[in-house]
Design a protein around this ligand. Structure first.
Ligand code: FMN
Length: 191
Protein backbone atom coordinates (compact mmCIF):
# COMPACT_ATOMS: atom_id res chain seq x y z
CA UNK A 1 0.00 0.00 0.00
CA UNK A 2 1.18 3.53 -0.80
CA UNK A 3 2.32 5.69 2.07
CA UNK A 4 -0.67 7.60 3.53
CA UNK A 5 -0.88 11.33 2.91
CA UNK A 6 -1.13 13.34 6.12
CA UNK A 7 -3.25 16.42 5.60
CA UNK A 8 -3.58 19.24 8.09
CA UNK A 9 -6.94 20.98 7.90
CA UNK A 10 -7.28 24.64 8.85
CA UNK A 11 -10.76 26.09 9.32
CA UNK A 12 -11.13 29.86 9.20
CA UNK A 13 -14.10 30.03 11.60
CA UNK A 14 -14.09 29.71 15.40
CA UNK A 15 -17.88 29.40 15.62
CA UNK A 16 -19.17 26.19 17.25
CA UNK A 17 -21.92 25.76 14.65
CA UNK A 18 -19.71 26.92 11.77
CA UNK A 19 -20.88 25.87 8.31
CA UNK A 20 -17.23 25.72 7.28
CA UNK A 21 -16.54 23.43 10.20
CA UNK A 22 -19.32 21.16 8.92
CA UNK A 23 -17.88 21.44 5.45
CA UNK A 24 -14.46 20.38 6.74
CA UNK A 25 -16.04 17.35 8.45
CA UNK A 26 -17.85 16.41 5.26
CA UNK A 27 -14.65 16.71 3.20
CA UNK A 28 -12.80 14.48 5.65
CA UNK A 29 -15.61 11.95 5.62
CA UNK A 30 -15.76 11.84 1.82
CA UNK A 31 -12.01 11.73 1.18
CA UNK A 32 -10.24 8.68 -0.24
CA UNK A 33 -8.69 6.41 2.39
CA UNK A 34 -5.14 7.38 1.31
CA UNK A 35 -5.66 10.72 3.11
CA UNK A 36 -5.28 11.00 6.90
CA UNK A 37 -6.35 14.21 8.62
CA UNK A 38 -5.25 16.42 11.47
CA UNK A 39 -7.62 19.32 12.14
CA UNK A 40 -5.35 22.01 13.55
CA UNK A 41 -6.99 24.74 15.65
CA UNK A 42 -6.07 28.34 14.88
CA UNK A 43 -8.07 30.30 17.49
CA UNK A 44 -5.56 29.89 20.32
CA UNK A 45 -2.65 31.46 18.43
CA UNK A 46 -1.55 34.83 19.84
CA UNK A 47 -1.53 37.57 17.18
CA UNK A 48 1.70 37.54 15.29
CA UNK A 49 4.16 40.02 16.78
CA UNK A 50 7.82 40.02 15.77
CA UNK A 51 8.80 41.07 19.31
CA UNK A 52 7.72 37.61 20.49
CA UNK A 53 9.90 35.85 17.90
CA UNK A 54 12.66 35.12 20.42
CA UNK A 55 14.50 31.92 21.39
CA UNK A 56 11.32 31.07 23.33
CA UNK A 57 8.33 32.07 21.17
CA UNK A 58 4.76 31.56 22.48
CA UNK A 59 4.11 27.85 23.06
CA UNK A 60 0.96 27.80 20.85
CA UNK A 61 3.04 29.11 17.93
CA UNK A 62 5.61 26.36 18.36
CA UNK A 63 2.98 23.62 18.67
CA UNK A 64 1.15 24.94 15.60
CA UNK A 65 4.33 25.14 13.53
CA UNK A 66 5.31 21.58 14.47
CA UNK A 67 1.90 20.14 13.54
CA UNK A 68 1.74 21.87 10.18
CA UNK A 69 5.34 21.02 9.39
CA UNK A 70 4.67 17.34 10.09
CA UNK A 71 1.89 17.24 7.46
CA UNK A 72 2.34 16.35 3.79
CA UNK A 73 -0.37 18.71 2.59
CA UNK A 74 -2.74 21.40 3.77
CA UNK A 75 -6.46 21.91 3.23
CA UNK A 76 -7.99 25.32 3.96
CA UNK A 77 -11.73 25.61 4.58
CA UNK A 78 -12.79 29.19 5.09
CA UNK A 79 -15.64 31.62 5.36
CA UNK A 80 -15.37 35.16 4.03
CA UNK A 81 -15.23 38.21 6.27
CA UNK A 82 -15.76 41.49 4.45
CA UNK A 83 -14.74 39.94 1.13
CA UNK A 84 -11.47 38.62 2.55
CA UNK A 85 -9.87 35.95 4.73
CA UNK A 86 -10.96 35.97 8.41
CA UNK A 87 -8.21 37.49 10.56
CA UNK A 88 -7.79 34.30 12.56
CA UNK A 89 -6.81 32.34 9.47
CA UNK A 90 -4.53 35.08 8.14
CA UNK A 91 -2.85 35.14 11.56
CA UNK A 92 -2.25 31.38 11.31
CA UNK A 93 -0.64 31.89 7.89
CA UNK A 94 1.60 34.60 9.34
CA UNK A 95 2.59 32.53 12.39
CA UNK A 96 3.49 29.56 10.18
CA UNK A 97 5.51 31.72 7.81
CA UNK A 98 8.12 32.76 10.38
CA UNK A 99 10.91 32.84 11.56
CA UNK A 100 12.17 34.04 8.20
CA UNK A 101 13.57 31.11 6.22
CA UNK A 102 11.73 28.49 8.29
CA UNK A 103 8.21 28.76 6.89
CA UNK A 104 6.16 25.62 7.46
CA UNK A 105 4.18 26.28 4.27
CA UNK A 106 7.03 26.11 1.78
CA UNK A 107 6.34 23.52 -1.00
CA UNK A 108 3.45 21.94 0.92
CA UNK A 109 0.69 21.12 -1.59
CA UNK A 110 -2.64 22.68 -0.73
CA UNK A 111 -6.27 23.23 -1.66
CA UNK A 112 -8.84 25.86 -0.75
CA UNK A 113 -12.56 25.39 -0.09
CA UNK A 114 -14.73 28.35 0.84
CA UNK A 115 -18.30 28.48 2.07
CA UNK A 116 -20.87 31.13 2.84
CA UNK A 117 -24.63 31.45 3.27
CA UNK A 118 -24.29 34.05 0.50
CA UNK A 119 -24.66 33.20 -3.16
CA UNK A 120 -21.04 33.57 -4.28
CA UNK A 121 -19.57 31.05 -1.85
CA UNK A 122 -16.90 33.27 -0.25
CA UNK A 123 -15.14 33.71 -3.58
CA UNK A 124 -13.34 36.82 -2.28
CA UNK A 125 -11.84 35.01 0.70
CA UNK A 126 -10.90 32.04 -1.46
CA UNK A 127 -8.91 34.23 -3.83
CA UNK A 128 -7.34 36.48 -1.19
CA UNK A 129 -6.13 33.31 0.49
CA UNK A 130 -4.69 32.08 -2.81
CA UNK A 131 -2.77 35.36 -3.13
CA UNK A 132 -0.92 34.62 0.12
CA UNK A 133 -0.40 30.98 -0.87
CA UNK A 134 1.43 32.09 -4.02
CA UNK A 135 3.92 33.99 -1.91
CA UNK A 136 4.17 31.18 0.65
CA UNK A 137 5.04 28.74 -2.13
CA UNK A 138 2.11 26.42 -1.46
CA UNK A 139 1.40 24.64 -4.76
CA UNK A 140 -2.37 25.08 -4.66
CA UNK A 141 -4.78 22.90 -6.64
CA UNK A 142 -6.40 25.02 -9.32
CA UNK A 143 -9.26 22.74 -10.43
CA UNK A 144 -11.83 21.96 -9.34
CA UNK A 145 -12.50 25.21 -7.54
CA UNK A 146 -14.83 25.02 -4.54
CA UNK A 147 -17.05 27.97 -3.66
CA UNK A 148 -19.95 26.64 -1.61
CA UNK A 149 -22.81 29.15 -1.71
CA UNK A 150 -25.97 28.87 0.44
CA UNK A 151 -23.87 26.96 2.98
CA UNK A 152 -26.63 27.35 5.58
CA UNK A 153 -28.83 25.07 3.45
CA UNK A 154 -26.25 22.33 2.82
CA UNK A 155 -26.60 20.44 6.12
CA UNK A 156 -29.34 18.93 8.26
CA UNK A 157 -29.55 19.42 12.03
CA UNK A 158 -26.94 16.68 12.54
CA UNK A 159 -24.43 18.37 10.25
CA UNK A 160 -25.05 15.83 7.48
CA UNK A 161 -25.11 16.92 3.83
CA UNK A 162 -28.64 17.05 2.45
CA UNK A 163 -27.86 16.97 -1.26
CA UNK A 164 -26.42 14.07 -3.26
CA UNK A 165 -25.10 16.59 -5.79
CA UNK A 166 -23.01 18.39 -3.14
CA UNK A 167 -21.80 15.06 -1.75
CA UNK A 168 -20.64 13.96 -5.21
CA UNK A 169 -18.92 17.29 -5.85
CA UNK A 170 -17.04 17.22 -2.54
CA UNK A 171 -16.05 13.59 -3.06
CA UNK A 172 -14.64 14.41 -6.50
CA UNK A 173 -12.89 17.43 -5.04
CA UNK A 174 -11.12 15.28 -2.44
CA UNK A 175 -10.14 12.67 -5.03
CA UNK A 176 -8.65 15.44 -7.16
CA UNK A 177 -6.82 16.77 -4.10
CA UNK A 178 -5.34 13.33 -3.34
CA UNK A 179 -4.18 13.13 -6.97
CA UNK A 180 -2.75 16.63 -6.74
CA UNK A 181 -0.71 15.79 -3.65
CA UNK A 182 0.53 12.53 -5.22
CA UNK A 183 1.59 14.41 -8.36
CA UNK A 184 3.41 17.05 -6.32
CA UNK A 185 5.12 14.30 -4.35
CA UNK A 186 6.18 12.44 -7.52
CA UNK A 187 7.62 15.66 -8.92
CA UNK A 188 9.57 16.16 -5.71
CA UNK A 189 7.68 19.36 -4.92
CA UNK A 190 5.99 18.11 -1.81
CA UNK A 191 7.68 17.54 1.51
C1 FMN B 1 -17.31 40.11 10.37
C2 FMN B 1 -18.12 39.36 9.34
C3 FMN B 1 -17.99 39.68 8.01
C4 FMN B 1 -18.70 38.96 7.04
N1 FMN B 1 -18.48 39.24 5.72
C5 FMN B 1 -19.00 38.43 4.78
C6 FMN B 1 -18.62 38.56 3.41
O1 FMN B 1 -17.84 39.40 3.03
N2 FMN B 1 -19.15 37.69 2.53
C7 FMN B 1 -20.02 36.70 2.89
O2 FMN B 1 -20.45 35.92 2.03
N3 FMN B 1 -20.40 36.55 4.18
C8 FMN B 1 -19.91 37.38 5.13
N4 FMN B 1 -20.25 37.22 6.45
C9 FMN B 1 -21.25 36.21 6.83
C10 FMN B 1 -20.60 34.85 6.97
O3 FMN B 1 -20.53 34.24 5.69
C11 FMN B 1 -21.43 33.97 7.90
O4 FMN B 1 -21.42 34.52 9.20
C12 FMN B 1 -20.94 32.54 7.93
O5 FMN B 1 -21.85 31.74 8.63
C13 FMN B 1 -19.54 32.45 8.54
O6 FMN B 1 -19.02 31.15 8.33
P1 FMN B 1 -19.12 30.00 9.44
O7 FMN B 1 -20.57 29.54 9.46
O8 FMN B 1 -18.20 28.94 8.96
O9 FMN B 1 -18.74 30.59 10.77
C14 FMN B 1 -19.57 37.92 7.43
C15 FMN B 1 -19.71 37.62 8.80
C16 FMN B 1 -18.99 38.31 9.73
C17 FMN B 1 -19.13 37.94 11.19
Amino acid sequence: MDKPINVCVLVGSLRKASFNGMLANALIWLAPSSLKFDVVEVGQLPFYNEDLETAAPPAPWTAFRQRVKAADAVLFVTPEYNRSVPAVLKNALDVGSRPYGSSVWDRKPGAVVSGSPGAIGAFGANHHLRQSLVFLNVPTMQQPEAYLGHADKLFDEHGKLVSDGTRKFLQEFMQAFANWVETSRAQGQGI
